[in-house]
Design a protein around this ligand. Sequence first.
Ligand code: HMG
Ligand code: MG
Length: 304
Amino acid sequence: MTTLPKRVRLVEVGPRDGLQNERQPLPTAVKVELVERLIGSGLPAVEVTAFVSPRWVPQMADNAEVLRAVLAGRCADRGAALPVLTPNLQGFDAAVAAGAREVAIFAAASESFSQKNINCRIDESLKRFAPVVNAASALDIKVRGYVSCVVACPYEGAVDPARPAAVARQLYEMGCYEVSLGDTIGAGTPASVQRMLAACAAQVPIEHLAGHYHDTYGMAIANIHASLQMGMAVFDSSVAGLGGCPYAPGASGNVATEDVLYLMQGLSIETGVDMDKLLDASAFIAGHLARQPLSKVWRALRGA
Ligand code: HMG
Ligand code: MG
């Protein structure tokens, strides 16, 4: 029997990865309330928004208002990490002006996806991130890194594990405290995820890697379990299974946080998250989007 981690850190990405894909503009107050409910459920990290171009991702246009309101709100003193995406110095400066204490930079393992997502090559993106990491370090701001398309790319198909491993290493060496490995289109299976993870863990210590698995083919929970078996102890997830990536056509949202929590509870792995409060947050945002949460656990415990 493999020994699984005793404790796992769940990084909630619904307010960013989830909502970025919603076409209908959502009121700023709803986004703020969602983040507060998620923090209130005990999640140790909630990715609040993205300081990206509003022309590229209109739903994130109220980034500064959302972050400011959360930082001034009722959950500000709960100690949760509140990272925001910053693709360049312009986004970083805006995030810092709004009070960010943690940012996330995002690269890709596939050239086509890098081009479509952030309009530059992988090596150009890494050059662009270096001043962001330097500026962050000068201000004592933590930087998390993402690598997208770690298993497959929507434009190029299967991705050789050596590619995400090389990008993860560069982000880590640049100063990212953790690198989150994105199966952006949710095409991975336990076998391909473990192959990818073995290559990445040979370049970056596994304690500094996180799994960010979209659930397009319903494999994310199996992929998380396969990653736990390899010693990974940080996973990104999205309340109600919200989202997708605007530049990954057909990809569905991240694995639902409720479903990941149920898995952890079943494995006696601590997370510090309260299922009831999480389900309330799920129902809250689904109500504002006029649909049911996509999570299986929500359907089992709260569905009609
Ligand atoms: P660009 O057009 O190449 O940028 O976009 P540019 O530097 O040439 O500037 C063009 C215009 O954008 C200028 O405005 C800039 O001011 C503005 P104009 O003079 O034309 O009016 N601009 C900005 N505005 C606001 N905030 C900024 C910013 N930077 C420039 N930070 C850029 C390059 C990176 C900005 C653009 O491609 C972009 O915003 N991309 C974001 C795409 C995105 O958000 N994708 C989804 C998130 S990633 C994801 O979901 C994957 C992940 O979940 C992991 C996984 O699942 O794999 C993380
Ligand atoms: Mg994602």
